[in-house]
Write a protein that binds this ligand. Structure first.
Ligand SMILES: Cc1cc2nc3c(=O)[nH]c(=O)nc-3n(C[C@H](O)[C@H](O)[C@H](O)COP(=O)(O)OP(=O)(O)OC[C@H]3O[C@@H](n4cnc5c(N)ncnc54)[C@H](O)[C@@H]3O)c2cc1C
Length: 499
């Protein structure tokens, strides 16, 4: 539309994003898989509390949007229930990101890298830009714009164990909430059962198709929990049940520290493990047939409440991708996350552009907010709490009290811990610009964690990926969605009743 666009990222563009890590599968109605199949499967997976109008957009627009990726230079192959990036699972992320970066450069998009968005510049008339922390210089500056699209990804890093890149800290959710948008479905996080849990190694996905899972008592966990399918099927079809079984074993003290053993016995790894696990064995220097595993936070279903045009309910503010809630309901179907980014990315871009065409840059005074961020940095020169320790404390508590298995007592304890951490974070110590980045992230993580914990406490049932041991069943009375807003710095919540 002839507008000037800045693409901003905390890291070099495309790095430190989940998209770089993907297996490369998109779900869409191709071949005999119809749009109705896609719609019904998505609702069934989401346990019927998805935003149906968003799901309708997803399934209707997915095939044409995916084919369009080829025009941007992506090597896209069509499969049976969707499409996949043809560069192979280990480099699919790069195969998707690289051509899009090249295309964006070609059409004159300006890249602003190593810059963290701290806050939206907002007044009664809407959003007018961002306050930005420039990591290399340590400067905090305003960037004014006619509209903004938040596509900052999810918040899985609030959990100690997550396969997401370390910068996925929920900044977009925190910024949107403070600017007057709403967050929805925040209690729903997808956990993948088989994450690596070897000491000193990252908790990345580590699936196998055929292996035994052994606890400290030497029991076969799959037999104990009466899983009768092959492991390869269990990790796809019974991801929640399996994650819960593993978490319970560890919780009951039957783990090896905080893990269980996955034993492929004398089987050939290249037959019983996918390429991604074999790759990790190589690059991380693992050996033998027994590996420590535990569930890992993989995807966050909750996020910013948007309409079909990706408006976040504040004039000039749009959002797309994992930062949003609604498409996936209580659990996400494989391949739908990438499809969501492509379908709603296009919609958000179009909406933000249309808005920008009829609005002006408004340089509202934001010196007070910049000053308050600067004050946080100045004060932390002499703080007494180590930023890494605080971050660990939050992530460990979120994992323990709000991880795969939750209950009312644990969640109430967690809220107290978050309150205490909110006090400590005001006395955190920052020794470098990198520490400053971590401090700003932690403040967002604390806000998002609080919302996740309260939302989990309010939903007194188990649905999809949200499991409450004190309310273990799904209840029809809970066919509703919980949203959070913020007014004058205070959180409030309400329900969206599904009709
Ligand atoms: C290992 C793995 C495999 C997966 N495989 C698949 C798959 O095969 N199919 C599928 O459908 N889904 C898959 N997913 C899920 C999917 O990758 C994500 O949901 C999707 O890529 C999210 O895209 P996004 O653009 O919304 O966010 P991201 O790709 O996470 O990008 C967010 C960007 O925002 C930047 N950012 C964040 N905060 C700020 C800030 N404050 N200031 C500036 N920049 C900021 C980040 O640095 C990052 O560049 C997988 C996820 C993982 C972790």
């Amino acid at each position: 539309m002839g507008l000037n666009v800045i693409l901003m990222s905390k890291a070099p563009i495309g790095a430190s994003s989940c998209t770089l890590y993907v297996g490369g599968g998109f779900r869409a109605a191709f071949g005999s898989y119809t749009k109705e199949d896609h719609f019904n499967d998505t609702l069934y997976g989401g346990r019927m509390i998805n935003d149906r109008s968003l799901v309708r957009v997803l399934v209707e627009e997915a095939p044409s949007r995916l084919l369009e990726l080829r025009d941007f230079g992506v090597n896209l192959n069509i499969g049976s229930r969707g499409a996949y990036v043809g560069d192979g699972p280990l480099t699919a992320g790069l195969g998707l990101i690289k051509p899009l970066i090249n295309y964006a450069k070609e059409i004159g998009v300006i890249f602003l890298e190593n810059s963290m968005a701290l806050d939206l510049i907002v007044d009664d008339s809407g959003v007018h830009g961002l306050i930005v922390f420039q990591i290399p210089s340590g400067k905090i500056i305003p960037i004014y714009s006619k509209s903004i699209v938040l596509s900052t990804g999810g918040y899985s890093q609030i959990f100690l164990r997550s396969d997401n890149p370390v910068r996925v800290s929920g900044d977009g959710c925190a910024m949107a909430l403070k600017a007057g948008a709403k967050l929805v479905d925040m209690e729903f996080t997808q956990f993948f059962p088989l994450g690596l849990a070897e000491e000193g190694k990252p908790p990345w996905l580590f699936p196998a198709y055929d292996a035994k899972i052994i606890n400290r008592a030497g029991e076969d966990v799959l037999l104990k929990y009466k899983f009768s399918k092959p492991l390869g099927k269990i990790i796809v079809e019974d991801r929640d049940l399996f994650s819960r079984a593993l978490f319970k074993e560890i919780d009951d003290g039957l783990g090896f520290d905080d893990s269980l053993i996955m034993d492929i016995e004398d089987k050939d790894p290249s037959i019983v493990m996918p390429d991604s696990s074999l790759h990790l064995i190589r690059v991380l220097g693992l050996s033998g047939s027994r590996f420590r595993i535990a569930p890992t936070a993989h995807f966050t279903m909750g996020g910013i409440l948007i309409d079909e045009n990706c408006s976040a309910g504040v004039p000039g503010l749009y959002a797309c991708g994992e930062v949003c809630g609604g498409v996936h309901g209580a659990n996400r179907l494989g391949g739908n996350a990438l499809t969501e980014t492509i379908v709603f990315g296009a919609r958000a871009g179009a909406s933000a552009s249309k808005y920008a065409l009829t609005s002006k840059i408004l340089k509202v005074d934001c010196s007070e907010t910049i000053h308050s961020f600067q004050k946080i940095l100045d004060k932390s020169q002499s703080g007494s709490h180590d930023i890494d320790n605080l971050r660990f404390e939050l992530r460990h508590s979120m994992w323990k009290y709000c991880g795969v298995i939750r209950n009312g007592n644990r969640l109430r304890d967690l809220l107290k811990i978050i309150d205490e951490l909110n006090v400590k974070v005001d006395d955190a110590t920052v020794k470098s610009r990198f520490d400053a980045l971590k401090l700003f992230e932690l403040r967002n993580m604390l806000l998002v964690s609080y919302v996740v914990a309260i939302s989990s406490l309010i939903r007194e049932e188990s649905r999809g990926a949200h499991y409450r041991s004190d309310f273990p069943n799904e209840s029809d009375g809970w066919l509703k969605r919980i949203y959070f807003g913020m007014k004058d710095g205070k959180l409030y919540y309400g329900m969206i009743i599904l009709t």
